[in-house]
Design a protein around this ligand. Structure first.
Ligand SMILES: [Zn+2]
Ligand SMILES: [Zn+2]
Length: 283
């Protein structure tokens, strides 16, 4: 079974013509099912978490992030999203309702909010390191200001914090901190193991995500092979995803992701329904 559970409608609106492009691309690539994982920053319900957590001072990062929060964010309440997704399901679309939630510090409050909605699955993703949106190319210069080992240390800490919250089914794009091609020369094994251990304890699934393959300089699938080996050793389940932000990218490189997963011994993918899991043949 070919599934893609990580993509975003949010560059358009909840409009049937706009989202049809995603279903068309899915059909073209032979996908059996897709899942939408809107960012938490699309919803008014999450706005205060961003203002609590992000660096928003007069620094280089703060200046950018203040503007970022004003651009195409917090467009509607979660209720509107569910209304739209339920209508898509009613029309017979092979679609699941997911969400991609940023790594907020107040996990308890986030959990309470998420529990009010019947998601098919929840992805938790580290998008901020101590309030810095490290994946934004506009503030990429910050990478040169921080020791790479500190970045790895903070990434592992953020993952541990997110997993310990216990509110997520999937860890989004593990170790996408390689995205701008800052490659460590120190031994990263302890960080890989910490992340795998935290995921195992929280019973979380690995998001094998091709977004970093076609949208970032590293041009590789996340997580990269060293983490995949450890994930397989830990017996962490997987999904394969495209992280599409445009309709035509739905299912992008999904065959490559399936072949990649098989390299590490995977033969099954997780399928979600109301946060229950079943295992289906991969590909
Ligand atoms: Zn993400
Ligand atoms: Zn995403």
């Amino acid at each position: 079974m070919k599934i893609d559970y990580h993509m975003h409608f949010e560059r358009g609106s909840y409009d049937f013509d706009w989202v049809q492009g995603f279903f068309d691309a899915a059909a073209r690539r032979g996908l059996d099912e897709i899942g939408i994982s809107e960012h938490s920053h699309g919803f008014t319900d999450f706005e205060h978490f961003y203002y609590d957590d992000l660096i928003l001072d007069d620094s280089f990062i703060g200046d950018f992030q203040k503007k970022w929060l004003k651009k195409n964010k917090f467009k509607c309440p979660l209720d509107d999203y569910f209304t739209f997704m339920d209508e898509l399901k009613k029309r017979g679309k092979p679609v699941k309702t997911g969400i991609e939630v940023c790594n907020f510090q107040d996990q308890k409050a986030v959990g309470e909010l998420l529990d009010r909605y019947p998601f098919d699955y929840r992805i938790g993703s580290v998008h901020f390191l101590r309030g810095w949106a490290y994946d934004s190319s506009e503030i990429k210069a910050e990478w040169d200001e921080r020791p790479l080992q500190t970045i790895y240390e903070e990434y592992a800490e953020e993952v541990e914090h997110l997993c310990a919250g216990g509110h997520y089914d999937v860890l989004g794009h593990p170790f996408n901190i390689r995205l701008f091609k800052y490659i460590p020369t120190f031994d990263v094994t302890p960080y890989l193991e910490r992340v795998a251990k935290a995921m195992k304890k929280a019973d979380m699934v690995v998001d094998i995500n091709t977004g970093t393959r076609y949208r970032y300089p590293i041009e590789e699938i996340s997580p990269y092979p060293d983490f995949m080996e450890i994930a397989a050793d830990f017996g962490l389940p997987i999904i394969t995803t495209s992280d599409a932000h445009e309709p035509e990218d739905c299912g992008a490189y999904i065959d490559e992701a399936i072949t990649y997963a098989k390299r590490f011994g995977y033969t099954q993918s997780v399928r979600f329904q109301g946060r229950d899991r079943s295992f289906v043949p991969l590909g």
